[in-house]
Design a protein around this ligand. Structure first.
Ligand SMILES: CC(C)(COP(=O)(O)OP(=O)(O)OC[C@H]1O[C@@H](n2cnc3c(N)ncnc32)[C@H](O)[C@@H]1OP(=O)(O)O)[C@@H](O)C(=O)NCCC(=O)NCCSC(=O)c1cc(O)c2ccccc2c1O
Length: 139
């Protein structure tokens, strides 16, 4: 049975603002890192060599709702779930929790792209072996 990927972070000082709480922009870097870690856990890379080119995942949408303040040195549990697998795109939902309290929920849509040696992007259908691995964290 598939379930969200779970990881944990301690909030760094550099990620907090003058109000003493985690800056809104920092949630996106935590989401990105958690997603990349999830991909590694299923044997993938966000920059996957494929012959002469690379398969990568540029983002076309990123949102986050903030429900409670997060502070320096808080321990946050981050879950990463695949909530939609399209033909070329994947939508991830990230839940941030302190203990059992949800403090933020973010979503990111990434598009499967072939990246050539001139860094040109061309969207492609998600290859079957990659799709199969992504479904391991589908909900
Ligand atoms: C990415 C693009 C080249 C795609 O353009 P294209 O025209 O080919 O795509 P489609 O319009 O056909 O859509 C494909 C697919 O995506 C869905 N979709 C598109 N837009 C949205 C949206 N706003 N919200 C939700 N879904 C959307 C669409 O419905 C289709 O779904 P299917 O599943 O049905 O196929 C082109 O869009 C482009 O170049 N965009 C700009 C990308 C960009 O510059 N993003 C900002 C920075 S990217 C970034 O930060 C980044 C982070 C990483 O972690 C990376 C990791 C690895 C590699 C690259 C990374 C990266 O760039």
């Amino acid at each position: 049975m598939s379930s969200p990927y779970q990881t944990r972070r301690r909030i760094e000082f550099r990620d907090t603002d003058a109000a003493g709480i985690m800056h809104f922009s920092a949630f996106f870097t935590y989401m990105e890192q958690a997603e990349h870690e999830m991909l590694r856990s299923v044997g993938l890379s966000v920059m996957q060599p494929d012959g002469e080119t690379t398969i990568g995942w540029p983002r076309v949408s990123a949102t986050c709702d903030y429900k409670g303040a997060v502070r320096f040195e808080d321990i946050i549990d981050i879950s990463v779930a695949v909530v939609h697998l399209g033909s070329k795109s994947v939508r991830y939902r990230h839940e941030f929790r302190i203990a059992d309290r949800v403090v933020a929920v973010g979503e990111i849509v990434a598009v499967c792209c072939r990246i050539d040696d001139r860094h040109q992007l061309a969207s492609i259908e998600i290859p079957a072996p990659i799709r199969e691995r992504l479904t391991r964290h589908a909900v």
